[in-house]
Design a protein around this ligand. Sequence first.
Ligand SMILES: Cc1cc2nc3c(=O)[nH]c(=O)nc-3n(C[C@H](O)[C@H](O)[C@H](O)COP(=O)(O)O)c2cc1C
Length: 171
Amino acid sequence: MNAVIENILTRRSIRAFTPEKVKKAELELMAKAGQYAPSAMNKQTFQITVVQSADIIKRLYTAIPKYMEGLTDYNFYGANTLILISDIKDKEIGQMDCACVAENIFLAGHSLGVGTVWINQFRDTSDCPDVRAALTAAGVPENHRVWTAVAAGYPNETPTKEKTATVKFCE
Ligand SMILES: Cc1cc2nc3c(=O)[nH]c(=O)nc-3n(C[C@H](O)[C@H](O)[C@H](O)COP(=O)(O)O)c2cc1C
């Protein structure tokens, strides 16, 4: 099978990671893949912020549950790397641009042996004070919302979830 298609078909979200820190060269390639994602009207206003500071990651996973009910044992699955994908706050279409960026990062990561999972809680908490302070420390612009984040690390599980969404052809 074509290697690109095989990479797409075998990618799954990873929620268990080894302690080994993801290599900078691999993160650079993943970020580059994100940079090359499509964006509406080619505005490219999004920012990809790669965080490996254990202190900032902890500040973020400690802050978010203060503002969201029902989050227990919340620590981005113990990932040692968090990739924040942000765009201008009230630019609704930025959310879609950031989703394209995330998928490119997922696929690039998978091709390199780096596991990833979407972390959705930033969308609703980016402006909450403790979260915002940690985002600022990470370098996320003040006028940005983190539309999605990616937890990344070397996989410590091999999920094989089936895919069942409907595909139809009308000829
Ligand atoms: C919009 C969106 C939000 C998601 N939010 C989360 C999340 O907050 N935490 C999480 O563990 N997974 C999250 N996921 C991952 C999905 O649960 C996952 O993609 C789905 O179960 C299919 O599994 P797969 O990625 O292995 O194909 C999210 C995925 C999408 C597309």
